[in-house]
Design a protein around this ligand. Structure first.
Ligand code: PMP
Length: 438
């Protein structure tokens, strides 16, 4: 039967038939019924337009209905929608070749899966197989996935912690959050803690160290390059491999580079991608050194839907949109302009404690007091509601007090100005602020 686009029916069907846990994640209290999307915009069933600064949880990198992605997917659908991993099809290898071409020189191979959680889980399995060791080191405020070992590697964000058993062999280390980290700004104390936490809870050997080049759900927290470099060296000294979780930072998101790790001037042993590489199609990938991937070959491993050719076609469309559509350059230019606009907004509102990010991955942290940094958690939800008639925003951070702006990479400077404008008037109204302040 055709879908119904009646708002009340859609809402009550959702309440009656879908799991209520879905509601715990959205920032606004009024869910909008989205009917279509184009580029960086969403439209409801009445045709109202919304600027999407969330990109459907950062899945929509090349924009809704990207012509590059549509063409590639359509062509694949005309032939066959699925060809399972163990049968030969040129699609996955073609995308793998394109991804490897974005990596620094090395002998890289790609293993496709369907979600970020699965790909991180696979990377951890690969690391344990290869090193024959068990311990995984991850940072606090990290998000690496929702189930199994990935959920255990996800740390410190209490609202993500379901009652699953804690597995042994995960060491959580304080992240070097330069704004509200417990050791304040700087790198040395965090490095010392990295060493001492591992020494205290392991036999001095680890299987892997996993980090996000910029922590995403943790609140858009860029890691200092010195920290990433030195911890990667330490991890290797302890026998571990280095895994960059690029689920949020890859595909040109940071503007300057295709991958987030490049900015830190390191080369990881494995890279995990998901979200933006499929532009909304369920596609994820582990890019691994060949010798690490080879360690799995004494046993079998398969995923029915991993390397599905329709999803891989979407991935090739995303690469084409980046290579020919100037998306990464746009993320760089518009991201830099947006950062300036948000910093200007910060100069006028005490509640904006920090503005940070790279390219089109920007965090705006709201606090009740700039000295105590007490999180202004309720304000994020109020802001999201206040502007939800034309702009979609999302929350992040251990205290859910960070507005996380991760739009499709085709966002324009005018869109960014519109978003800042809406936030400005919403803040003015919500805070009953005199404007300009002085
Ligand atoms: N790693 C990171 C850095 C993520 O942000 C996410 C999802 N937000 C995941 C892994 C898990 O991806 P998925 O939701 O596709 O399972």
């Amino acid at each position: 039967p055709p879908l119904e686009w009646d708002y009340d029916t859609a809402l009550s069907d959702r309440e009656n038939y879908l799991t209520p846990v879905l509601k715990t994640f959205q920032a606004t209290t009024n869910p909008i019924l989205f009917k279509s999307g184009l580029g960086q915009y969403l439209f409801d069933s009445d045709g109202n337009r919304y600027i999407d600064t969330v990109a459907m949880n950062q899945a929509i990198s090349a924009g809704y209905r990207s012509p590059y992605v549509m063409a590639a997917v359509r062509e694949q659908l005309e032939d066959m929608q699925h060809c399972s991993t163990m049968w030969m099809h040129p699609g996955p290898a073609s995308l793998a070749k394109a991804l490897v071409s974005k990596m620094p020189p090395g002998d890289w191979v790609v293993h496709f899966m369907s979600s970020g959680t699965e790909a991180v889980d696979l990377a951890l399995i690969m690391a344990r197989n290869y090193t024959q060791r068990h311990t995984i080191v991850s940072l606090r405020s990290a998000y690496h996935g929702a189930v199994g070992a990935t959920a255990n590697a996800t740390t410190s964000i209490a609202r993500f912690h379901q009652k699953i058993p804690s597995v042994s062999g995960i060491v959580h280390v304080t992240n070097p959050d330069q704004y509200r980290g417990i050791h304040g700004p700087g790198v040395e104390p965090y490095l010392a803690e990295f060493r001492s936490s591992i020494a205290a809870s392991t036999n001095g050997e680890i299987a892997a160290y996993i980090f996000e080049p910029i922590q995403g759900y943790g609140g858009v927290i860029p890691l200092p390059s010195e920290y990433v470099q030195k911890t990667s060296t330490l991890a290797r000294e302890l026998g571990g491999v280095v895994i960059a979780d690029e689920v949020q930072t890859a595909v040109g998101r940071t503007g300057a580079h295709f991958f987030g790790f490049t900015e830190h001037d390191i080369v990881p042993d494995m890279v995990v991608m998901a979200k933006g590489i499929g532009n909304g199609f369920p596609l994820s990938a582990v890019i691994a050194r060949r010798d690490i991937a080879e360690a799995m070959t004494s046993r079998t491993f398969m995923s029915t839907m991993g390397s599905n050719p329709t999803c891989c076609a979407a991935g090739r469309g995303v690469i084409a949109a980046l290579d020919h559509g100037g998306l990464q350059e746009n993320a760089k230019i518009v991201g830099a302009q947006a950062l300036v606009m948000f910093k200007e907004l910060q100069s006028r509102y005490e509640v904006i404690g920090d503005v940070r990010g790279r390219g089109l991955m920007i965090g705006m942290e709201l606090v009740k007091d700039r000295d105590t940094k007490e999180p202004a958690t309720e304000l994020v939800a109020a802001l999201a509601d206040e502007i939800s008639d034309s702009v979609i925003i999302t929350k992040a951070g251990a205290h859910a007090n960070v507005v996380r702006l991760v739009p499709p990479l085709c966002l324009t400077a005018q869109d960014a100005a519109d978003v800042v404008d809406r936030l400005d008037s919403a803040l003015r109204r919500l805070l009953k602020h005199e404007y300009p302040k002085d």
